[in-house]
Ligand binder design. Structure first.
Ligand SMILES: Nc1ncnc2c1ncn2[C@@H]1O[C@H](COP(=O)(O)OP(=O)(O)OP(=O)(O)O)[C@@H](O)[C@H]1O
Ligand SMILES: [Mg+2]
Length: 289
């Protein structure tokens, strides 16, 4: 049973002559413990897909099953509760409140859950410790680096203990070291058994993923299983047109692989992805940024 299953999901924005088909009959199954990078040119529907997966938006057509529950059949209240308990969403632009400390920002989602102030701050503090931000609790967002703010945003997404983390270009505003900080943190969260889906335009970041989903014009055009520590083959070939690895690639790959790997007993799903790759390469669809 998949954790997430989209069946022929379409999303249409606007009406009359001014409509955009942002998602076009997308099928996608995601199992617990996958670490998925979503890639594709601007406007191809990546954020639309993530918003639907994260229960921030609903499909126009098709079915979304989350933990075997048909999302379209849930009332707004039930969908909001499912989102709060299951999903942590991280945005490109942090969305931190500037006049609140890091601790208060991280504790914010617990307000909506009715948790009292003392317990809330204690929980936020322990999560900040987990992401290595314990000594920044009383800082304001403006006093942190971009990478640190994003780590605080990740802590905020984790405070409800969701099992699925959805991140729309979490490193989009960050430099290399900030991106690394954030991706290493997401990796650790992945290793604890969580499912992570993130959007990136940077092929290098596919090193952290176990699977890469490539989109174009509202469709998934390729779905590739990939090894932790390596840049996904399609991302490398189609976006860089680079055929061989550099020494730096190898070193980065090795340092990544020194980490503990999550247990992956998902052989069947993996073979399924490989056969999908074969199918789509037969279609000879090309993917360019
Ligand atoms: N609220 C909206 N109303 C109307 N059209 C929208 C809306 N949101 C997105 N779109 C359109 O849907 C298409 C897909 O947008 P989406 O934001 O999902 O792309 P994206 O792949 O995330 O792009 P980027 O890489 O630039 O973030 C685009 O053509 C966009 O203009
Ligand atoms: Mg987007």
């Amino acid at each position: 049973m998949s954790l997430i299953k989209l069946e022929e999901v379409s999303k249409l924005y606007g009406f009359g002559d001014a409509t955009t088909l942002a998602l076009d009959e997308v099928n996608l199954s995601i199992d617990k413990g996958e670490f998925i990078a979503v890639m594709g040119p601007s406007g191809c529907g990546k954020s639309t897909l993530l918003n639907i997966l994260g229960l921030l938006d609903r499909p126009t057509n098709g079915t979304y099953k989350l933990q075997n529950r048909v999302v379209e059949r849930l009332s707004q209240t039930r969908a909001a509760k499912l989102r709060r308990d299951t999903i942590g969403f991280i945005f490109q632009s942090y969305n931190m409140l500037p006049r609140q400390t890091v601790l208060e920002n991280v504790a914010m989602p617990l307000v909506y859950k009715g948790v009292g102030v003392t317990k809330r701050l204690k929980m936020a503090s322990s999560i900040l410790e987990r992401v290595g931000m314990h000594n920044r609790e009383y800082f304001y967002p403006s006093q942190l680096s971009g990478g640190q703010i994003q780590c605080a945003a990740i802590a905020r997404a984790l405070v409800n203990e969701p099992s699925i983390i959805i991140a729309d270009e979490p490193t989009g505003n960050l430099d290399t070291s900030g991106s690394r900080l954030v991706m290493e943190l997401l990796s650790e969260i992945h290793m604890m058994g969580n499912t992570i889906i993130f959007v990136t335009h940077n092929p290098e970041l596919t090193r952290y993923a176990t699977r890469v989903v490539y989109m174009r014009d509202g469709r998934i055009i390729q779905d590739e299983s990939t090894s932790l520590g390596e840049v996904a083959k399609t991302a490398r070939r189609r976006m860089y047109s680079v055929s061989s690895k550099t020494i730096e690639d190898d070193l980065a790959g090795v340092s990544m692989l020194m980490k503990v790997m999550p247990h992956n007993d998902n052989q069947t799903e993996e073979s399924k992805h490989k056969s999908k790759i074969r199918k789509s390469s037969k279609n000879k669809e090309s993917f360019r940024s």
